[in-house]
Design a protein around this ligand. Structure first.
Ligand code: BTN
Length: 242
């Protein structure tokens, strides 16, 4: 069976893999042309302008250090975009799951785990904005979002990006996170900045000072240093999105 699955239309590529979990091997990657019920983090929808966003998901069975998969996926997307767009393309990670270029979100990541009789699996969902224009993001009230086409002025082949991200992700998932750690810190946009940590229970302001060996964000406020896990948390800049 192929490790790459192409679907014309699906509700959500993450949900597709959850439904077919027993049919596909470790490392399987699925993409769709149209995703009708994409899900973002913290219960948000993930908007999809037909054909202009690349929704993809990958399945990992019993991965190493599963809590670091969002971080590895972020790095894999950066690796792939730099290779495809070019070395000069400045792409950063806004902890824990946003990929930022020119201060705009070009990609979001949603990792979800589940149990199998024999162990655990993680589905890593990645949505990359490929070809939407400024008007689209304005209409959808997504002022912080951008697409590769809008930021570079050239067109991209979704399938090429899909395959490159999947290859980079398989490489990153095989490495221990300690080998990704320095690069992850280098790509993080939050370090040294004031951030707002937003959870369902409320908000807390702090400075993002470092990253722990498990990928958690280390913050500091008047009560001292504390770690934030990537679970149900959003991190925003104190005065805006970044
Ligand atoms: C976020 O930034 O909130 C995460 C967005 C993740 C969206 C992707 S698109 C492919 C995959 N399928 C989904 O339903 N969601 C993820």
């Amino acid at each position: 069976m192929s490790d790459y699955i192409y679907l014309e239309e699906v509700d959500s590529t993450n949900d597709y893999l959850h439904r077919h979990i027993r049919e596909y091997p470790d490392g399987t990657a699925v993409m769709a042309d149209i995703q009708t019920k994409g899900r973002g983090r913290r219960g948000h929808d993930w908007y999809a302008d037909a054909y202009k966003m690349l929704p993809m998901s990958m399945l990992f069975i019993d991965p190493l250090e599963p809590e670091t998969l969002t971080a590895r996926a972020g790095l894999a997307v950066c690796d792939a975009l730099v290779e495809i767009v070019g070395k000069g393309f400045e792409v950063r990670i806004k902890w824990p799951n946003d990929i930022i270029a020119a201060e705009r979100k070009v990609c979001g990541i949603l990792c979800e785990s589940g149990a199998l009789r024999s162990g655990r699996y993680v589905i890593c969902g990645i949505g990359i904005n490929i070809a939407q224009d400024r008007d689209y993001f304005e209409r959808e009230d997504l002022p912080h979002a951008g697409s590769l086409e809008m930021l570079t002025g050239r067109g991209f082949d979704k399938k090429e990006i899909f395959i490159k991200v999947a290859e980079k992700m398989r490489e990153r998932v095989r490495m221990p996170f300690s080998e990704c750690y320095d690069e992850f810190k280098r790509r993080l946009i939050n370090l040294g900045r004031r951030v707002r940590i937003i959870t369902d229970d409320g908000e807390r302001s702090a400075e993002a000072v470092d990253v722990a060996q498990n990928g958690y964000l280390i913050c500091s406020d008047e009560s001292g240093r504390f770690e934030v896990g990537s679970g149900e948390v959003t991190v925003r800049g104190e005065d805006g999105y970044i």
